[in-house]
Design a protein around this ligand. Structure first.
Ligand SMILES: NC(=O)c1ccc[n+]([C@@H]2O[C@H](COP(=O)([O-])OP(=O)(O)OC[C@H]3O[C@@H](n4cnc5c(N)ncnc54)[C@H](O)[C@@H]3O)[C@@H](O)[C@H]2O)c1
Ligand SMILES: [Zn+2]
Ligand SMILES: [Zn+2]
Length: 400
């Protein structure tokens, strides 16, 4: 089959690789109809995530048709399913608490050591996201093997098009969980750093949960415009000093809740960010944590900080003093996708949540390397890219 493989920093290629096969009785094989590129994929593309190997198939946001099932799968051939990016067993202590991304059995035994050393305990498996998260082949491919297919995938009704439900695989539940973790109370002001797909779904979710005001922060005008479409006030950090602007907009109090939807590759010419960048490029550090630093300083005393953004390693200049003295709460984590899927699918079918506004490009899977370049280099125009297997390669022109 054809699949997008990682070969190194800024080097991804569509290769011909072996078709996946059923290995365990709970597996299913899915024929991919739509798959998306995520901000998390950019961390792989930029070479920031350890334990990648040349030839690893990428992709953790995908959906398609069930074409093969193991003896213990509960799926049936022909069903259309969306697959969560977190691979979880459904039966362990954590899955019992619906904390699927903390599953104890998502990683093959051989892959548990690295995560245990780095994080204390292994977490759930992830599709197409390094050997530390299981070394599973991803879904930016024609076919994918889905482990624990009796737990993860959700069957979608016929007639609901792919673009409406594809983002149930990750970014919609992630934006929703981010807003839930911000513990929004009616009347709250919520600030969201980053207007990528996760930030934009956090904006939409925050309003649905009763926020009175949402302030969205980024530097890409088109992305800020999308946030404004949902009623957010916007701050372009190139024009406004974010901390001072937030104070002014909240009567000197600060937002009640702050959501960091930026992550380890924060942009911007800020002193702390430049130092982080130098450290990351000389292997003295891993993460650029400017957004979470700013969120902690700007948040009102006694407020909540929610961090859906991905960070990987150890950081310095984390404002622990401000965090403690101001009595803040921080909640974070990979999304417990399986927990949120059923209710969010209903919300989509009932027309309460729109997901299609985000998609800027549909491209053949064969053009996936162009898609990565677009999403990486032209973020203002490329807000979300959906790849379609089975289509012939076309000419893609990069924006001027
Ligand atoms: N927790 C989870 O399960 C989960 C799931 C999906 C994605 N993520 C993470 O969420 C983050 C966002 O994902 P995405 O797909 O929206 O990515 P993205 O790269 O499309 O968006 C990030 C946005 O942040 C903006 N940004 C950069 N620096 C900024 C700054 N200093 N201040 C304000 N905005 C700034 C960028 O301009 C960009 O628009 C990533 O770290 C991704 O890995 C986490
Ligand atoms: Zn994703
Ligand atoms: Zn489990």
């Amino acid at each position: 089959m054809r699949a997008l493989a990682w070969h190194g920093k800024h080097d991804v290629r569509v290769d011909t690789v072996d078709d996946p096969e059923i290995i365990n009785p709970r597996d299913a094989i899915i024929k991919i109809t739509s798959t998306a590129i995520c901000g998390s994929d950019l961390h792989l593309y930029d070479g920031y995530i350890p334990t990648m190997q040349a030839g690893d198939v990428l992709g953790h946001e995908f959906m398609g048709e069930v074409v093969e099932v193991g003896a213990k799968s509960t799926l049936q051939k022909g069903q259309r399913v969306v697959v969560p990016f977190t691979i979880a067993c459904g039966g362990c202590y954590h899955c019992g608490k619906h904390q699927y991304s903390a599953c104890d059995n998502g990683l093959p035994a051989d892959n548990q050591d690295i995560a245990e050393t780095l994080y204390g305990q292994p977490m759930s498996g992830l599709f197409g996201y390094s050997h530390m998260t299981g070394g599973y082949s991803g879904g930016q491919a024609e076919y994918v093997r889905v482990p624990f297919s009796d737990v993860g995938p959700i069957v979608v009704p016929d007639g609901v098009e792919d673009d409406k439900v594809l983002f149930l695989s990750d970014i919609l539940p992630t934006g929703w969980q981010a807003a839930e973790y911000a513990q929004i109370e009616p009347g709250d002001t919520v600030a969201v750093w980053g207007c990528g797909p996760v930030g934009l779904f956090s904006v939409q979710s925050a309003f649905l949960m009763g926020a009175e005001r949402v302030i969205a922060i980024d530097h890409f005008p088109k992305r800020l415009e999308l946030a404004a479409r949902f009623g957010a006030e916007t701050l372009n950090y190139k024009d406004d000093k974010v901390y001072h602007a937030l104070m002014e907009m909240t009567g000197g109090i600060g937002p009640d809740a702050c959501i960091d939807a930026v992550g380890l590759e924060a942009h911007g010419f800020f002193g702390d960010n430049v130092i982080d960048q130098i450290k990351a490029s000389t292997f003295l550090g891993t993460d650029r944590i400017h957004a979470i630093r700013q969120a902690i300083l700007a948040c009102r005393k006694g407020g909540r900080v929610s961090m859906p953004a991905v960070y990987g390693g150890f950081v310095d200049k984390f404002p622990l003093g401000a965090f403690m003295e101001k009595g803040l709460t921080l909640k974070t984590g990979q999304t417990h996708v399986q927990h949120y899927m059923p209710a969010l699918l209903n919300a989509i079918v009932e027309g309460k949540i729109d997901t299609t506004f985000l998609i800027s490009h549909h491209l053949p899977l064969e053009n996936a390397p162009d898609g990565y370049k677009l999403f990486h280099d032209y973020q203002d125009v490329a807000t979300k890219i959906v790849l379609k297997p089975g289509l012939a390669r076309t000419e893609v022109h990069m924006p001027a």
